[in-house]
Design a protein around this ligand. Structure first.
Ligand code: ARG
Length: 508
């Protein structure tokens, strides 16, 4: 994997300040051993004997994923050593001035005292190893009134930002009505954070990682039952350790059978699931039995904390104020739309695109047609298409963003026409060996017509012969490129017509 991991020299909250107890003491394993000793029952086998500690098996996030993920930073460490060293927990932006995190990130685990807002800043960056990570001060900390340090019940807190985070997409909070769907056993879910990627040492990534998990049935979480994910058998916690009313278990395994889990430093961060109302915050990284052991991770059950979250002002759902942007791809008797939200940072659960124009079944009237798209779990954009249209006819296109509170205003109408003309691919990469250039391309779209010719054409910037090469499986070789500078483009000709991509400068 292409990241430079590192040891955090201070790892402030992680091992000292907020988590006064070291993770190995604080974990449920030690707790369970203590219980079995107390009960005089020696049959509990600490999971550490059964597993080989390995990395936590997530993957580095890609740009645009989890845009609402916020790093909690120690301002003193930030000043002296930068955001990477200063990060101690994570949080999720649920309103322009509200973050949800874990209570154990902001409550001293020995004294029970809540931290001062001045001791935390919110960092907005995917890569913490960059110079000027944008930050916003925290002005208030609300810890759940029934947060219990020993049991980790109600491990949830709301941080208020001193000024609103603008242009940062929010994540919606799972409400009790949707809990059945979003936290159903086996439901796919994802965790993200800057936490340790190693279970045997300290390896903290500058760019946050994400891991694919599934929601565990309660009987396997606080009911001692085992549960199998991708062929890996996970043990369950017992009811003394996990209260499934307010906690939720999630665990995962890669196809190769490596366990995927959150780990130290991920605390306070989001567990996200998708469903009928778009992506939602369903859990908060709370605790675990070491990391990537044969136990699932334990998360604060967000849908059970509605009253607290509502009182703390974290539930306000705002109506989108800005229309979305629509990009249109004309296809054969069809229009395809990619919709991105307006930059008001308000979470969108659905987009609707409406068009007005003739259809194949009703060619002489102006028909109103629409398609709907939901933002995908990872990205805020959605796509949908409308078929049954007529090539060359004109359609008026508008779009709105919506969430459970209402709709944005519609976007300014634009016109578009379906077409069976091809769509040229683009040049991704060029590699020279002498005067021979190998092009890697994105695929062209013949748009239901028959392809007659597909080439890369290169025109020298000064005088000299134009060179070209046929495209085969998204690759083309152009030879005798003896000049220094060319402008190259993809040309595709079908029985319906031809198309040329934008030019790309190519230097030998
Ligand atoms: N308590 C840990 C922290 O403070 C969270 C780790 C969660 N552990 C797990 N195995 N899922 O960062």
């Amino acid at each position: 994997m292409a990241y430079i991991g590192g040891v955090k020299r201070h790892a402030r909250g992680i091992f000292q300040r907020f988590r006064g107890l070291r993770p190995s003491i604080r974990t449920a394993g030690a707790f369970a051993v203590a219980i079995s000793l107390l009960l005089g029952c020696g049959s509990f086998i600490p999971s550490t004997q059964a597993i080989t500690p390995k990395v936590v098996n997530g993957v580095e996030s890609s740009a645009g994923e989890f845009p609402f993920l916020v790093a909690l930073l120690d301002p003193a460490d930030l000043e002296s050593e930068g955001a990477f060293q200063a990060q101690f927990c994570a949080a999720s932006l649920v309103a322009p001035t509200k973050l949800i995190t874990a209570a154990h990130c902001v409550v001293n685990q020995k004294s029970g005292v809540t931290d001062k807002p001045a001791n935390i800043v919110a960092g907005f960056a995917r890569d913490l190893d960059t110079r000027n990570v944008p930050t916003i001060n925290v002005s208030a900390i609300d810890v759940h009134p029934d947060y219990a340090i020993r049991s980790s019940r109600n491990d949830i807190a709301v941080l208020t930002l001193a000024s609103p985070a603008t242009n940062v997409p929010l994540i919606s909070v799972l409400t009790p009505e949707l809990a059945g769907e979003y936290t159903a056993p086996g439901h796919l879910t994802e965790v993200a954070g800057w936490g340790n990627t190693s279970t045997s040492g300290n390896r903290y990534p500058p760019i946050f990682h994400t891991g694919n998990l599934v929601v565990f049935p309660d009987a396997t979480c606080g009911g001692d039952r085992s549960y199998v994910v991708n062929g890996v058998k996970f043990e369950g916690f017992n009811p003394r350790e996990v209260d499934t009313e307010v906690m939720l278990c999630a665990g995962g395994a890669t196809p190769a059978g490596k366990i995927v889990d959150a780990c130290q430093g991920d605390s306070g961060g989001p567990l996200i699931a998708s469903g009928s109302a778009g992506p939602m915050l369903i859990g908060i990284v709370s605790w675990g039995e070491d990391c990537a052991s044969r136990y699932p991770g334990v998360y604060t059950r967000v849908s059970a904390e509605f009253t607290f979250l509502n009182n703390a002002g974290a539930i306000t759902i705002l109506t989108p104020t800005l229309a979305p942007q629509v990009s249109i791809v004309p296809l054969n008797n069809s229009l395809q739309f990619t919709i991105t939200p307006g930059a008001d940072g308000i979470s969108v659960t659905q987009y609707a695109v409406s068009i007005l124009g003739p259809t194949q079944t009703s060619p002489d009237t102006q028909n109103a047609l629409s398609c709907f798209a939901a933002p995908s779990e990872k990205k805020v954009a959605g796509t949908c298409a409308i078929d049954g249209l007529i090539n060359g006819a004109e359609y008026t296109v508008t779009a709105i963003s919506a969430n459970t509170t209402g709709n944005s205003p519609p976007s300014a109408p634009v016109s578009a026409s379906p077409s069976d003309l091809p769509i040229a691919g683009t040049i991704r990469k060029v590699k020279f060996s002498g005067a021979r250039a190998l092009f890697s391309l994105t695929s062209s779209n013949a748009n239901s017509a028959e392809v007659l010719r597909e080439q890369v054409v290169c025109v020298p910037t000064g005088t000299g012969p134009t060179r070209s090469g046929s495209i085969d499986r998204n690759e083309a070789t152009v030879t005798k490129m003896t000049k220094k500078n060319y402008r190259c483009s993809v040309h595709i000709t079908t029985t319906a017509g031809n198309a040329v991509s934008a030019q790309r400068r190519v230097k030998r």
